[in-house]
Design a protein around this ligand. Structure first.
Ligand code: RI2
Length: 326
């Protein structure tokens, strides 16, 4: 932080640290936490004048923005809340930010509900889904299918290195869904027993590419080879506006210690002198649109190639820089 940066509320610093460490994780959950943190900053601000208040909010948004680069739900959330900031006085500005954050969080919940209902229509009674990682959007489809009285089973991929598959398994068991947990490398073997691959997304690009937890693209290629449809559950908050103008989505590279402990590394190195070896830990990968059957949003389901039409509708009139950079 530079000396001129305003002081940030503990909720902002706390949320930023928790997002970076993945204590708070999952694209929608990150967006929700970011909006909540901005509201806390606004509520407790002791800014003396409107300019100071605005500068404080921009600094808070920048701090949250720099935590993780891939899930576009994070900047989309910050943009939504800051664009709602309006007023001549500090109390007016404060109220507008709090209300904007509240509205964002309400819409996020509603979108997930609506998406779930649409996604559930793709699932038939007795179907088995294969999941990768943990996605609240994807699980919403299962939840709604269960509410429709359908029996659904799941083959849950463990999802190395952080094993978010365990979170998915726990949630599904709470709903009494029969679960088989498999290591990632076993996925292809089990695809013959599966009716749908069901995953979430961290970002969707304008060409319909799906950016999701690393391993999704290999799963999609294998599923296509086996004739299993691939369904991506992603509310429109996951659509990446910058990709409409040719930008690519940055893939987060995480700490190598998530993959290999120091002791394990020492063991591999043995008595060898000199340089160690490289460990890479990309958190996400890109699944090309040709491997995706449907992107399910709260506005309906789309073949990936047509997602750009929806993006033009949603982002077409958005111009200029980011509100936290003004
Ligand atoms: O928004 P929802 O559907 O909950 O999650 C979407 C995606 O966010 C997660 O990323 P991470 O675990 O935060 O790296 C997974 O990649 C998951 O598919």
């Amino acid at each position: 932080m530079s000396r001129t940066d305003p002081e940030l509320h503990e909720s902002v610093e706390g949320a930023a640290a928790d997002i970076a460490s993945m204590e708070i994780r999952g694209a929608a959950t990150i967006a929700d936490a970011a909006a909540e943190a901005l509201a806390a900053q606004a509520e407790d601000s002791d800014a003396d004048d409107p300019d100071e208040f605005r500068a404080e909010m921009r600094a808070a948004a920048r701090r949250l923005r720099e935590t993780r680069p891939t899930a576009v739900s994070l900047p989309n959330s910050l943009r939504y809340v800051l664009r709602g900031m309006d007023g001549e006085t500090v109390p007016e500005l404060r109220e507008s930010v709090v209300e904007s954050a509240r509205e964002f969080r309400r819409e996020l919940d509603q979108a997930q509900e609506n998406l779930g209902r649409i996604g559930a229509n793709r699932l038939r009674d007795g179907d088995t889904v294969m999941t990768h990682c943990h996605s609240t959007d994807a699980l919403s489809c299962v939840e709604k299918a269960l509410e429709q009285g359908k029996d659904i089973s799941a083959i849950v991929k463990e999802t190395r290195p952080r094993k978010q598959g365990h979170i998915t398994a726990r949630q599904l068991r709470e709903w009494d869904v029969p679960v088989t947990l498999v290591v990632d490398n076993a996925a292809r073997r089990y695809l013959d027993e599966v009716d749908h691959v069901l995953v979430g997304a961290d970002s969707i690009a304008a060409d319909g590419s799906v950016i999701n937890k690393v391993g999704t693209s290999g799963l999609a290629v294998n599923a296509r080879e086996r004739g299993v449809p691939i369904m991506v559950a992603a509310q429109t908050l996951k659509l990446h506006p910058d990709t409409m103008t040719g930008h690519t989505v940055e893939i987060e590279m995480r700490d190598e210690r998530e993959v290999l402990t120091e002791d394990e590394e020492a063991e591999i190195n043995g008595d060898a002198d000199g340089e160690g070896f490289a460990v890479e830990n990309p958190a996400f990968d890109v699944t090309p649109p040709r491997y995706v059957d449907a992107i399910v949003t709260e506005r309906g389901q789309f073949p990936p190639e047509s997602i750009v039409t929806l993006m033009r509708e949603l982002f077409g009139d958005q111009q200029g820089g980011e509100p936290w950079e003004e």
